[in-house]
Write a protein that binds this ligand. Structure first.
Ligand SMILES: Cc1ncc(COP(=O)(O)O)c(C=O)c1O
Length: 438
């Protein structure tokens, strides 16, 4: 398997019987069954999940003749915004065509532009970076916390300059970043906070769903996400004027033109997307309980193996969305077996791991910005050369070498499958000296 930047790089599918780890386990699966939502058609990999609920919703919207969002005609998108904001305990929601356009809209609503700096996580999907550059602002990576995979608030504090106009941390893998420290930083340094919660719908920090701790939060409903309509996104906020600005920015026919900064676009969600999301929301509670029970069980088993370190959940995390099951692999505890060979051994056992992200700050895409003529015009040639030095993230460089993920849909399989996965890893460890030579 090729190492890849993409979160779409999951391979294979989770199947198989339990071998057990010799740990005490419940006599039968205690996790709720997803059989009620077993797909009519099986896609490969085993995601997304749908049945006649989604099919009927799509056909109903098709027959309504209202396919696009427009004031007055919109039914499904508006209903989804109401349902999502209610579920996420936020006052306002603006649905968008994708997570990327949710971020673009949020930055546009704050009128982030040339000359501004935005602090972002290095351990993230490239879209976080792209949302900053599409405003011609300067993305500044603040290094990761190795234990949690999240952005390190201390490094964020170090990265703030008079040009910093936004903190844009990511809740990576669906687990919240350190919201207490980041919110305190936002307040003490008077820099607004937008959460990139694209992977984290329904995650909670101290009992409050993510997305409305600062000015707002952005979500993605892209095909791999726990709540999906193929593509789609949303912005949540408790701030009415920010929500109005977002609405106007995403809708060229917006009704609140007095608020305009002269910028905007068409980033609307379609009624078809809205109807799929409303249908998918009916599955959420059951799927979340299922993922969480399996994730916690798998964490407990994996932590006993030695050399496998599941990513830290901060004490303030009262719920992870479990979009990714992330752990660090320590080859030295596996007789020096390389991460590549470890992952290959998992694949052989029909487990579906990913190496996760490669280094975003060191990527060709990010490095190309230093030579972008528009950026050199705005920030100067020396400014862009200095920028390359400012975005080094040594902890993240180590993290990308050690990380392994399992996707969220693996956590929707059975409890005995979790036991099998832990058992396979324990078996690889036992055979690691031999596998190293192979
Ligand atoms: C952390 C993060 N930010 C932003 C995005 C962009 O979302 P989308 O793919 O819906 O544009 C994603 C989606 O993969 C993401 O994982």
């Amino acid at each position: 398997m090729k190492e890849s930047l993409s979160r779409r790089a999951f391979i294979g599918s989770a199947v198989g019987a339990s071998l057990g780890l010799g740990l005490k386990s419940a006599s039968a699966d205690q996790t709720p069954s997803v059989s009620a939502s077993v797909p009519k058609k099986k896609a490969s990999p085993l995601w997304p999940i749908w049945n006649s609920t989604e099919e009927n919703a799509i056909v109903e919207t098709l027959n309504s003749g209202h396919w696009g969002r427009g004031d007055g005609a919109s039914r499904k998108v508006r209903s989804f915004e109401e349902a999502f904001s209610k579920k996420m305990n936020a006052r306002y929601c603006v649905a968008t065509s994708s997570g990327t356009t949710a971020l673009t809209t949020a930055l546009g609503a704050l009128n982030i532009g040339p000359g501004d700096e935005v602090i972002i996580s290095p351990y993230t999907f490239v879209a976080t970076f792209n949302s900053v550059t599409s405003s011609f602002a300067l993305p500044i990576f603040a290094d990761s916390d190795l234990e949690s995979f999240q952005i390190d608030p201390k490094r964020m504090a170090d990265a703030i300059t008079p040009a910093t106009k936004l903190l844009l941390p990511v809740h990576i893998g669906g687990s919240p970043a350190n919201i207490d420290e980041i919110s305190a930083l936002s307040q003490s340094r008077s820099v607004p906070l937008i959460e990139d919660a694209c992977q984290a719908p329904f995650a909670e920090w101290r009992g409050q769903p993510v997305g409305s701790f600062g000015m707002g939060g952005c979500f993605s409903f892209q095909a791999s996400k726990n709540l999906t309509s193929g593509e789609g996104g949303a912005i949540l906020s408790n701030n009415e004027s920010f929500a109005n600005l977002c609405y106007d920015f995403h809708n060229p026919g917006g009704t609140k033109k007095s608020l305009s900064s002269g910028r905007g676009g068409n980033f609307r969600m379609t009624e078809i997307q809205g109807s799929i999301l409303l249908a998918q929301m009916q599955r959420l509670d059951e799927q979340y309980k299922h993922r969480e029970a399996n994730a916690l069980y798998l964490r407990q088993m994996m932590s006993q193996i030695g050399g496998i370190t599941p990513s830290l959940l901060y004490p303030g995390c009262t719920r992870s969305a479990w979009h990714l099951f992330k752990f660090r692999y320590n080859a030295s505890e596996f007789s020096g077996l390389s991460r590549t060979k470890f992952v290959q051994a998992l694949v052989k056992e029909k487990i579906n791991p990913s190496y996760g992200y490669t280094s975003l700050p060191a990527s060709t895409h990010v490095m190309a910005l230093a030579n972008n003529p528009h950026y050199q015009k705005i920030y100067g040639r020396k400014g862009m050369a200095d920028w390359v030095g400012r975005i080094q993230c040594p902890v993240n460089d180590r993290l990308v070498q050690e990380a392994v993920w399992l996707p969220q849909y693996t956590l929707l399989s059975s409890r005995s499958e979790m036991e099998r996965i832990a058992s396979v890893i324990a078996g690889i460890k036992k055979r690691s000296a031999q596998l190293t030579k192979a």
